[in-house]
Design a protein around this ligand. Structure first.
Ligand code: NAD
Ligand code: UDP
Ligand code: UDP
Length: 343
């Protein structure tokens, strides 16, 4: 694994100079909101491996206890079922704020709740960061660029977002979350970090959340046709989850606020993705065209120059290498083989 030496086990990490001299803290106390979800649970694995004390706050809307069950019983681990829209008092050194439904199916299910989670939830976690002097990392999204008029997208681009569309609860919610983070940083001196995450895939993705990678993989395994929306010529850039987690941890430990694009610049049309899935799982899988959804961005590809330069980070796992790594997990969950699926 690409282990970051600066984050290695046994280091005493002094966050923000708040540990009194001579009083070395053995373990870092880290809060991961949304830690029972897809990305969050992989992040928790890395933090636990590093020796941190980890608290997960999650309302289990799209997250699952199964994603964390291998940490149950470890005294350094705690799962709290809690909705970030409600205030909470905790004592921590770092906050990774991921809580938010991420797939269109889930965030459109209750759009007002999605906005509340992004706005009130983020406000609460920033209030918590302020009270205890913790460093705060927001997982924003490439969706802040909307249907981009700049390609590839760099962090300086302000985006092309519909404020009243069906995706706005998510896009505008995340934009407001970024604004809140910057205002707490500028006005109150809170240490914040902002990541703009591009499409990410891997084991533990929700199987029926409607995202294109999980759909295609599940469809190919079930011997169903792969559903390509629209003409399939729209593009996305797909990042394997371990690359993202590495980027998030480097961002948290580094000195730069961001925002930083975290994504894999490899760009694929949905038809090309379908082809990779065919090659990986079933060469005979059929393709079926469906009408596209409203406000679907035509293309998306990160410019990651800034993360390369300032975080020394870039993805290492290509789509063709990463896709096979999620197939076994999906196979086991779909066909009800009750072996441990949390690897
Ligand atoms: P996920 O749905 O698997 O995880 C989100 C987690 O947040 C779930 O465990 C869910 O139960 C929890 N949650 C939702 N609302 C909550 C609330 N009000 N209170 C407490 N917990 C709540 O999604 P993911 O793919 O792991 O995404 C994690 C974060 O990364 C999200 O903030 C998402 O917007 C961001 N992101 C993800 C991607 C991607 O491709 N996966 C891309 C861009 C941004
Ligand atoms: N908050 C929280 N936990 C804390 C501190 C604050 O949930 O440990 C919430 C608090 O309830 C408020 C929000 O975070 O709704 C913003 O807090 P802040 O202190 O910044 O603002 P204020 O309470 O002064 O409006
Ligand atoms: N898509 C598709 N077939 C599916 C699901 C999605 O062709 O079964 C398309 C969708 O229209 C979009 C792209 O895949 O153009 C990525 O969709 P996803 O929901 O995964 O992510 P996002 O739109 O948030 O980038």
């Amino acid at each position: 694994s690409h282990y970051h030496p600066a984050l290695g086990l046994g280091h005493v990490i002094n966050v923000g100079g708040r540990v009194p001299l001579g009083l070395k803290r053995k373990t870092l106390r880290v809060l991961v909101t949304g830690g029972a979800g897809f990305v969050g649970s992989h992040l928790v694995d890395r933090l636990m491996e590093r020796g941190d004390s980890v608290i997960v706050v999650d309302n289990l809307f799209t997250g699952r206890k199964e994603n964390l069950v291998h940490h149950f019983g470890n005294p350094r681990f705690e799962l709290i079922r809690h909705d970030v829209v409600e205030p909470i008092l905790l004592e921590v050194d770092q906050i990774y704020h991921l809580a938010c439904p991420a797939s269109p199916v889930h965030y459109k299910y209750n759009p007002v709740k999605t906005i509340k989670t992004n706005v009130v939830g983020t406000l609460n976690m920033l209030g918590l960061a302020k009270r205890v002097g913790a460093r705060f990392l927001l997982t924003s999204t490439s969706e802040v660029y909307g249907d981009p008029l700049q390609h590839p997208q760099s962090e300086t681009y302000w985006g092309n977002v519909n404020p009243i569309g069906v995706r706005s609860c998510y896009d505008e919610g995340k934009r407001t979350a970024e604004t809140l983070s910057m205002d707490y940083h500028r006005g109150l001196g809170i240490e914040v970090r902002i990541a703009r995450i591009f499409n990410t895939y891997g084991p533990r993705m929700c199987i029926d959340d409607g995202r294109v990678v999980s759909n295609f993989v599940a469809q190919a395994l079930r011997k169903e046709p792969l559903t390509v929306y629209g003409d399939g010529k729209q593009t996305r850039s797909f990042q394997y989850v371990s690359d993202l987690v590495e980027g998030l941890m480097r961002l948290m430990e580094g000195d730069h606020v961001g925002p930083f694009n975290l994504g894999n610049p490899g760009e694929f049309t949905m038809l090309e993705l379908a082809q990779v899935v065919q090659e990986t799982i079933d060469p005979n899988a059929k393709i079926e065209f469906r009408p596209n959804t409203e406000d679907d961005p035509h293309k998306r590809k990160p410019d990651i120059t800034k993360a390369k330069e300032l975080l020394g980070w870039q993805p290492t796992i290509s789509l063709r290498k990463g896709l096979p790594l999620m197939v076994e997990d999906f196979r086991q969950r779909i066909f009800g083989d009750h072996k441990d699926t949390t690897v």
